[in-house]
Structures are given as structure tokens and as C-alpha cells.
Design a protein around this ligand. Structure first.
Ligand code: B12
Ligand code: SF4
Length: 481
């Protein structure tokens, strides 16, 4: 069976060319189960369109039998377009990923989508292919045994099988098949700070899945509320592969919360030092949770090669943090973590959200103030985006007005507010968001620091675009969706 796994091309601003860990895992499981003819198409780095790839396969007399497409909410329209291309060329189409897990029905209304996988897909995909490879149809009754699958029966009725339980034994999942990616094309983890070297090899790793916290804006449809760590040995095995086999020059941790268990986090750092893997710098991509840190952890991270840590600060108002975001952390905990990380010699990054429900101009001003006070090397200011399934989504549905029903408008790093609740208008949220960028980045000390960085000059056109978009409110011509 010829299989093509696809991540659609993204038009979301600031999207980076990160390895798609999920597709890597799916491919790893397929290979381990005897499906050896697997190709990966990551729209973020490809030069050919999906249609061109499919046409070339047909012209070569080796068409793809199955095309599996991955989609978070913002990419679902692109995923449907990809499914249309694949279906028109005779392939079976299977969609999976965060958005499909949240809204499986919507995609099964589309004739171009044959099957939808909800939740983690490694086992489900293998089970489906076992059934389909006998030449059976996508309506075969045996599909009802595949947990987490949504499908149509022979009469066309949409069926949702029971959910697949989260796999507790992550160590037993085959390692991601990164050799199938165009691995040399992943050159930066963060376009605002990295990407200095066009020949860099910047890869990501997931050391645990899930998070027990319940921040109201956070969408965790795949990894869930139960924290499932990989053993330190198993993580080191993959880390070694990234460094020794794929020559990584930078590594990013993309766990929901890699430091939930402080003891394990420290053990991982010690193992990186012992294994001499600390020569390759690494960063935390998703914010660390401040209340599971101490000075020793940051010191060990530094010794283990860590270059930069990110923290979810979110808001400068204690009440919004506690009652609206339910972040389970106080501003003093945030201050403490920043202080320790800086003392250990790490660069810092902060994530801040504007326009959560019940915010006012004053609470957003407090967010700007805390950003200025913490003074991270990099501040990511984002506008609240409600994703289906989150508490924020439910609240907006109940009490607010949603401005757009187009899924491709659901980017967090967009420059437009997505909803209004109460008196706080979109204009005020967008104005404070732009003001945050201006007041944070246009301080003389910042400008001086920025001008010293070589990438400022190397990427000048992009920098000018970013400045006009974030600080003046002008739509960037490229990248904005
Ligand atoms: C790393 C990461 C990124 C990276 C790379 C994303 C990527 N290409 O994988 C970057 C920084 C580029 C990124 C960008 C964005 N991200 Co992001 N990201 C993550 C993060 C932290 C980890 C992803 C990961 O590796 N998961 C682990 C792997 C194993 O899971 P997976 O990829 O989902 O794949 C599994 C299943 O989904 C399923 N599956 C997936 N695809 C398919 C396909 C088929 C055919 C099948 C059968 C199964 C299947 O099987 C896989 C294996 O189990 C997640 C949080 C999370 N924990 O998932 C957020 C997350 C996916 N991102 C999110 C968001 C909002 C964004 C942005 C929109 C932010 C923005 N700019 O506004 C952009 C979207 C741009 C884009 N092109 O995707 C949300 C998505 C919410 C939603 N409802 O869609 C998440 C869940 C974070 C959150 N908690 O809110 N992101
Ligand atoms: S934002 Fe981070 S800490 Fe909060 S629920 Fe999501 S993953 Fe967990």
C-alpha cells in the first residue's frame, strides 16, 4: 500500500518550519508495522504542491493508495482542499489531528473525506490499514472496531466509534521516522530569534504528553489532561538520534508541560550532561509552568545546554489569572521563576494574552506592565483565540459575539480580536496589543540590543513587515492570512 502523510501548507503568520512530530510518529508506527512505502509531505517546507506530488506519482505509475492529512483548527480548510485533490486522484483520504478530534462530524459531511481519526493516531491508523488492505471499502463494517474512528457505514450514516484511551506506555511507541522528512529544510525554531544560520538544523522533541492543568483558553484534544512522561532513557535515545544521526544544531521541547515532575526534569538534564548531549543548544517551545521550577532546575538546564526558556505569564492581573484564565499560578511565582532562570544565565521568553473575557483596558495595561517588569529577551503578545472544546469557547458561545466563523481566522498570533464579551471592544484589545509591542520593543535599550543582532539586518524586509503589522496595525502582505 502506498501511503502519503500530509501537513497542509500554512498561511498563519509566524508559523515556523517545525518538524511535524505527529506525522513523524505516525510514519514511525507504520514502518514498524510493515507499511514501508510511506512518504511525508510537509507543506511548510515543500516546493511542490500536494496536487503536483499526486500527479507525479500517477505519471510514474505509482499512485498513492491512501493520503492521510493532519490539521489543527486553523488548517482545516487547507486539509479539506488537500483531501479534494487526493480523492480526485483516486486515493482513500483519512484526516486526523486536533481539529478532527474536536469536530469530526463537520469533516464527514464532506464527500472528499473518507475517514476521520480522533485522538492519538499511531495505533488507529495501523488498525485501519489492516482492514483496508484486504481491498475492503471505507464503509466496511469491521471499521466499527477501531477505537477513535469516525466513519460512514454502507448506508452513509456517520458513525463515531468509542474514544481510544490515551496510551500510557509512550516508551513503546516507535520513535518518529524523521528520516522521511526533508530534514535539512528545518532551520529555525523561532523566526524572531533563531534562523540566524540558513544551514542550521532545528528539530523538536516531545518528552511527555498531556497536562493536568485546565487553563480556560487551552486546547488539548490530542494529548489530554493526564500527564504521561517518557522515561529519561527513552528520551535520551531520541535526543541522541537527533544530534548524532540528524546533526541537530538546535532542539526545541514541545511538551505541553515538560517540567510537571521536577525530579524527572532534573534527571533528564543530568542525563543530557552525562551523555555529552549538552553541546547542542535547546529551548522550551511551549511555556514552562512557573510553579514547577526552582533555581537548581534552571542551573541544571543551563549545564545541559539549554539556551532559552519560555514561560506562560498570560496576564498581569491576579484576578484575571485566577478567575478567568485559571492558570493556577500567581504573579509572584512568575517573578520568582524569571529571576531564577536569569540567575542561571538562561535567555527568557514570555507569553502574554490580550482580550480574555472580563478584561478591561486597566487589566491589559497591567499585562504590559508585567511584561516590562519581567523584561524577557522575547515577549510574545497574543490575542485570545477561542478554540472549540475550551472553557473560553463555551463562554464566548454563551455570553459573547464571535466575529468570524471561518476556521482559518483562528490564529493566536493574529492581529485581530476574535470575539467580544461585555463592553470591551475589539478596537481596544487590538490597540492595547499593538501598544504592548511598541512599549516593549521600542525602548532604547531594546532597539540597541536588536541592532546588535545579525539577523535584524539579514532579515530586514521581514522585520519591517513585522513592525508595521504589530505596532502600526498595518496588514503584512506576506504571511498574514
Ligand atoms: C509543536 C506545536 C506547534 C509547532 C509545530 C506544529 C506542527 N506542525 O506539529 C508550531 C510552533 C509551528 C505550531 C504552530 C501553531 N500551533 Co501549535 N502546537 C504545537 C504543540 C505544542 C505540540 C504538537 C505536537 O507535537 N504534539 C504531539 C503529537 C504526537 O501529536 P499531534 O501532532 O497532534 O499528532 C497526533 C494526533 O493528532 C494524530 N494525528 C495528527 N495528524 C494526523 C493525521 C492522520 C491521517 C491521522 C490518522 C492521525 C493524525 O496522531 C498523531 C500521533 O498520535 C501542540 C500542543 C499539543 N500538545 O499537541 C500545539 C497546538 C497543536 N498548536 C495549536 C495552535 C493554536 C497553533 C497555531 C494556530 C498558533 C498560531 N500561530 O496562531 C499555529 C498553527 C500553525 C500550523 N501550521 O500548524 C493548538 C491547536 C488547537 C486546535 N484546536 O487546533 C495546540 C493544540 C496548542 C494548544 N494547546 O492550544 N504549533
Ligand atoms: S496552557 Fe499549559 S499549563 Fe495550561 S492547561 Fe495548557 S498545557 Fe497545561
Amino acid at each position: 500500500m502506498r501511503i502519503l502523510l500530509v501537513s497542509p501548507e500554512s498561511k498563519v503568520w509566524n508559523s515556523r518550519a517545525h518538524l511535524h512530530n505527529g506525522l513523524g510518529y505516525l510514519a514511525g508506527s507504520l514502518l514498524a508495522n510493515g507499511y514501508t512505502d510511506v512518504t511525508l509531505h510537509d507543506g511548510a517546507v515543500e516546493t511542490e504542491s500536494l496536487a503536483q506530488v499526486l500527479d507525479r506519482a500517477i505519471a510514474d505509475g505509482r499512485p498513492y493508495d491512501m493520503v492521510g492529512i493532519s490539521a489543527p483548527t486553523v488548517l482545516i480548510e487547507n486539509a479539506w482542499a488537500g483531501a479534494r485533490d487526493a480523492k480526485a486522484r483516486g486515493a482513500i483520504t483519512i484526516l486526523g489531528g486536533p481539529h478532527l478530534t474536536l469536530q469530526p462530524d463537520e469533516s464527514l459531511q464532506k464527500p472528499e473525506v473518507d475517514l476521520v481519526v480522533r485522538g492519538e493516531g499511531e495505533d488507529a491508523l495501523v488498525e485501519i490499514l489492516h482492514i483496508l488492505e484486504d481491498g475492503r471499502s471505507v464503509n466496511d463494517v469491521r471499521l466499527r472496531n477501531v477505537l477513535g474512528l469516525s466513519w460512514r457505514d454502507a448506508a452513509g450514516k456517520v458513525m463515531h466509534n468509542l474514544d481510544r484511551p490515551l496510551r500510557p506506555d509512550l516508551d513503546n511507541i516507535p520513535l518518529p521516522a524523521y528520516h522521511l522528512f526533508k530534514i535539512e529544510r528545518y532551520t529555525n525554531l523561532n523566526p524572531m530569534t533563531d534562523g540566524l544560520d540558513p544551514n542550521a538544523r532545528a528539530y523538536t522533541i516531545v518528552t511527555s504528553r498531556g497536562c493536568p492543568y485546565k487553563c480556560t483558553y487551552c486546547s488539548k484534544p490530542i494529548t489530554g489532561d493526564t500527564w504521561r512522561p517518557r522515561s529519561v532513557e527513552n528520551v535520551i535515545k531520541e535526543w541522541r538520534m537527533l544530534v548524532r544521526d540528524f546533526h541537530a544544531t538546535e532542539i526545541g521541547l514541545t511538551d505541553d508541560i515538560w517540567n510537571l515532575d521536577l525530579k524527572r526534569a532534573k534527571a533528564l538534564c543530568r542525563a543530557l550532561i552525562d551523555e555529552k548531549l549538552n553541546t547542542v543548544p535547546w529551548v522550551t517551545i511551549h511555556g514552562m509552568k512557573v510553579n514547577h521550577t526552582d533555581l537548581e532546575l534552571f542551573q541544571l538546564m543551563k549545564a545541559a545546554g539549554c539556551k532559552r526558556v519560555g514561560f506562560g505569564v498570560e496576564n498581569g492581573d491576579e484576578q484575571i489569572l485566577k478567575k478567568v484564565i485559571r492558570k493556577a499560578q500567581t504573579l509572584d511565582m512568575v517573578r520568582h521563576a524569571f529571576k531564577n532562570a536569569k540567575a542561571a544565565g538562561l535567555q527568557t521568553m514570555g507569553f502574554f494574552i490580550f482580550g480574555m473575557p472580563y478584561e478591561t483596558e486597566e487589566t491589559m495595561e497591567k499585562t504590559i506592565q508585567i511584561a516590562l517588569e519581567l523584561d524577557p529577551d522575547l515577549a510574545h503578545f497574543m490575542i485570545a483565540a477561542p478554540y472549540p472544546g475550551t472553557e473560553l469557547w463555551k463562554l464566548v458561545e454563551k455570553e459573547g459575539i464571535l466575529f468570524s466563523h471561518n476556521w482559518d481566522d483562528y490564529a493566536i498570533q493574529a492581529d485581530k480580536a476574535h470575539f467580544q464579551i461585555g463592553d470591551l471592544t475589539a478596537d481596544v484589545v487590538e490597540r492595547k496589543w499593538r501598544e504592548a509591542h511598541r512599549r516593549f520593543y521600542l525602548r532604547p535599550s531594546r532597539i540597541a540590543r536588536r541592532l546588535m543582532m545579525p539577523d535584524t539586518w539579514r532579515n530586514l524586509p521581514r522585520r519591517v513587515q513585522d513592525v508595521s503589522r504589530m505596532m502600526l496595525g498595518a496588514r503584512a502582505s506576506a504571511g498574514a492570512h
